[in-house]
Ligand binder design. Structure first.
Ligand code: ZN
Length: 245
């Protein structure tokens, strides 16, 4: 790890090289993750929905979207409203066959892009998810850089290749995906994901009424700081400590 010796690790505590795809906690808990943003069409509305419901999520962001117009402001909102960050590569190039050195360069570059946008060289980025879920050699590199690799978890078929991305259909997928212990993969970028966000707005109140709590994926950082904005809360730090794998 010769380049950029001043770069601080992402903040995951004892990350595993093997991707995790379980939520912290027991019982009716699930961890929502949103990939491929930020995107001015959707991320702001999504943050409004999550804040209104007091739900925290993990945003696995793409550097090219952070540096695009509006991206940095949305990233700051994500951080300020108490959500967790994940590194989802600089430009979404597939890393499935990349060398260790290539993976390391991409992960470091995106970590730097995220922290520059946040104007915080110590900002926590405790998760990593490989583009397309093609992990290749990324697991050991992410772990060495202090980021817990995330598996795909439960998908909701909300990306461009999926034939039916109406709110009703995505909501059905989301209802099924939010099950005890699940890490749920949804998208707030990578294309027009407005129907995903409306499905989230529809389904989360149902799940909350059914007793679900929304947490972070296992691994990652220490108990999340109390959100500074919105109404989102993550519960008692001691509780989260106990839930850590
Ligand atoms: Zn993605």
């Amino acid at each position: 790890m010769g380049r950029d010796p001043g770069l601080l690790p992402g903040g995951a505590v004892d990350p595993t090289q093997v991707p995790v795809q379980r939520a912290r906690g027991t019982g009716r808990v699930a961890a929502l993750t949103f990939d491929d943003g930020p995107d001015p069409r959707t991320t702001g509305r999504l943050l409004d929905v999550l804040a209104d419901l007091g739900v925290v999520a993990t945003f696995c962001v793409v550097g090219a979207n952070v540096t695009a117009p509006g991206g940095a402001a949305l990233l700051r909102r994500i951080r300020d409203e108490g959500h967790a960050l994940g590194n989802h590569s600089v430009d979404y190039a597939d890393l499935g066959s990349a060398s260790l050195e290539e993976v390391e360069a991409v992960l470091r570059d995106n970590l730097r892009i995220i922290r520059t946008a946040l104007d915080d060289p110590e900002a926590a980025v405790p998760y990593f998810r490989a583009p397309n879920g093609n992990f290749g050699r990324t697991g050991p590199v992410a772990a060495a850089l202090g980021m817990q690799p995330l598996g795909l978890g439960a998908v909701i078929h909300d990306w461009d290749a999926c034939p039916d991305r109406t709110v009703a259909t995505i909501a059905d997928h989301l209802r099924a995906a939010i099950s005890p212990g699940a890490v749920v993969l949804a998208h707030d970028g990578g294309g027009d994901r407005r129907t995903t966000v409306e499905a989230v707005a529809t389904v989360l109140p149902e799940k909350i009424a059914a007793g679900f709590r929304f947490t972070l994926p296992r691994g990652g950082g220490p108990p999340h700081p109390r959100p500074r904005g919105g109404r989102a809360t993550l519960g008692r730090p001691a509780h989260l400590d106990q839930e850590q794998q």
